[in-house]
Design a protein around this ligand. Structure first.
Ligand SMILES: C[S@@+](CC[C@H](N)C(=O)[O-])C[C@H]1O[C@@H](n2cnc3c(N)ncnc32)[C@H](O)[C@@H]1O
Length: 227
């Protein structure tokens, strides 16, 4: 909570509506809502990149798809400064950046069924168990993705870490997602993706779709199988 309060000024600049009419005073989940209708000038399908880094992928994609809206979420202050400058210089009205923890954005801030696609590229794996609490892809995040996605929405994932991909795939499967046919646009188009591809490193990537009859899972069990 303290972290969210501290970041409020920044969120305000990014379009968060702490002062919006009807927003209750005092602590409430609504207080931190991130309303796409207030972030963008046009209503359009929303794509969200979690851990966008300096934004290579989302800047390119926002140029390619002017009829979609894009939100870049980045936690690290110095990286997000780069990202924010690049977004501002791009002049793109369909692209916004927010400095926030992607877990809060997905679990608390975005409205249900508001997102057409999530992009998660090369998330830090935090392999040591004592650091695992920092890992982005958990059962809790996947419940949040399921809540935020439109019916038929997609989560795109790429990583160079095989066990993380397998673990994430198992969690997504248990959370009502199935592997889709679509190619993963960002796998070689982010800063890290380009670098790993140039080095000839293996990249594990998948497009995960919400099964039409999946509903929102009450609970995701720990990973049991690999993709
Ligand atoms: C390895 S970098 C990959 C950046 C970019 N996706 C790419 O492929 O070039 C991981 C990024 O995720 C950001 N990050 C890590 N945890 C995050 C979180 N909980 N919320 C938002 N961003 C996060 C890091 O600051 C870093 O910029």
């Amino acid at each position: 909570m303290a972290r969210l309060r501290k970041s409020r000024k920044f969120f305000g600049a990014a379009g968060l509506h702490a002062d919006a009419p009807g927003c209750p005073s005092g602590a409430s989940a609504d207080f931190f809502a991130l309303d796409p209708r207030e972030l963008f000038t046009e209503a359009a399908p929303l794509e969200v990149e979690l851990g966008a880094g300096k934004g290579d992928f989302i800047l390119e994609r926002a140029r390619m798809f002017p009829r979609h809206n894009f939100l870049a979420v980045e936690l690290a202050g110095s990286v997000c400064q780069w990202l924010a400058i690049r977004v501002a210089r791009s002049g793109l009205s369909n692209l916004r950046a927010v400095r926030a923890d992607a877990r809060s954005v997905v679990n608390l801030m975005l409205p249900a069924h508001s997102v057409r696609a999530f992009h998660i590229y090369f998330p830090d794996p935090w392999p040591k168990s004592r650091h695992s609490r920092h890992r982005l892809i958990t059962a809790s995040l996947i419940r949040g993705l399921a809540r935020c996605l439109e019916p038929g929405g997609r989560a795109y994932l790429a990583t160079d870490v095989q066990w993380y991909f397998e673990q994430a795939g198992a969690l997504l499967h248990q959370g009502g997602f199935r592997i889709g046919e679509a190619s993963v646009a960002g796998a070689q188009r982010t800063n890290f993706g380009r670098r790993f591809a140039a080095e000839g490193k293996a990249i594990y990537a998948g497009c995960f779709e919400r099964a039409a009859d999946a509903g929102v899972p009450a609970q995701c069990a720990p990973p049991a199988a690999t993709v």
